[in-house]
Design a protein around this ligand. Structure first.
Ligand code: CDT
Length: 320
């Protein structure tokens, strides 16, 4: 066994409303081809990598929004990508809008073995935005309208990539990466590799506070670097980037090691591959020291984290 898992972040440029599914699939095929050529064992695609980020558009009914949802696994067109990946012997992670046979709607990520089987499914839990149209917003973000909160928790699967490495894999989607609780759920299952897809706009969506664009990059790096460091894992964090439907998404896909260091970073707003070797032994360095969870965690003092959602400030004020 080599202990080295070679991962590829397959950043994608924008997907316009006018692009066909075939156009998108052709781009994904090229990215898989390139990643395999560069020796990748796993290729990770962005959140909602088959469609534009449609939650920026308001639809009165779910029936209208359903045009963006796939009802089958694999989603339409994806079989060609799975076939190529199987032929090249690489694993894939992709994400799409899923409508289940019993009419539930999720923002879903799927991890596929090099034999073409789904080995792990994740349904996004932290859905940002709002459920109703808000006229004052410069840009709608209607994930709470179109998706239900994921019902699978934060699963981690132990995978043996024969002849390469055995590792524990988990997934997050976009806004999830900002929540330490999500990372810790994965970290407590000894996750080695976290795969993250995202669509994050450059524009500040909060009309009450003008946030400069550089903070978007800072915050995205900050949470992924901290998540990896505090949970002893690698992450492949992959953007849909560039100007989609007139709205810019900041891109900046990164691959991060368990020390929190960025080991690969995108430099375009287009389809772009980042490839990095992940020495999985690095995950054990801090597991044996600073972040030895068994030795140092104090869950008896963490109750508030699971019992409480919003803030409760101290009841009394002390005059000083
Ligand atoms: N797709 C996604 O989760 N995007 C969010 C932006 C939300 S702004 C209301 C993110 O956290 O990047």
């Amino acid at each position: 066994m080599s202990h080295i898992l070679t991962v590829a972040a397959a950043q994608m440029g924008p997907i316009q409303r006018t692009d066909s599914r075939d156009d998108v699939i052709a781009r994904m095929l090229k990215l898989v081809e390139g990643a395999a050529h560069r020796g990748a064992h796993i290729v990770v695609f962005p959140e909602l990598c088959l469609t534009p980020f449609f939650p920026r558009w308001y639809y009165e009914t779910m029936e209208e929004a359903d045009q963006w949802f796939d009802t089958q696994w694999p989603p339409a067109g994806m079989q060609a990508v799975l076939d190529l990946a199987r032929q090249k012997g690489v694993m894939l992670q992709f994400s799409y809008a899923e409508k289940t046979p019993d009419n539930h709607h999720f923002n879903t990520a799927s991890l596929v073995s090099r034999h073409g089987e789904e080995v792990l499914k994740y349904r996004k839990i932290h859905l940002p935005g709002h459920a109703e149209y808000i006229a004052e917003r410069p840009l709608q973000h209607l994930e709470k309208r179109y998706f239900e909160v994921g019902n699978l928790g934060f699963p981690v699967r132990r995978l043996d990539f024969e002849g390469v490495a055995t590792f524990n894999a988990g997934m997050l989607l976009c806004n999830d990466r900002r929540w330490p609780e999500a990372w810790r759920e994965l970290g407590l299952q000894e996750v080695d590799l976290v795969m993250i897809g995202y669509n994050t706009p450059v524009a500040n969506l909060d009309v009450k506070h003008e946030q400069p664009p550089h903070l978007k990059v800072l915050h995205s790096n900050l949470v992924v670097q901290a998540g990896c460091y505090q949970n002893n894992c690698f992450a492949v964090s992959v953007a849909k980037a560039g100007v989609e439907d007139g709205h810019a998404m900041f891109g900046n896909s990164i691959i991060v090691n368990p020390f929190g260091e960025i080991i690969a970073q995108a430099s375009t707003w287009s389809d772009e591959l980042l490839v990095a070797d992940c020495d999985l032994r690095l995950c054990h360095v801090n597991r044996a020291s600073t972040f030895n969870f068994s030795a140092h965690r104090r869950p008896e003092y963490y109750r508030r984290i699971v019992d409480q959602t919003g803030w409760k400030r101290p009841e009394h004020t002390l005059t000083v």
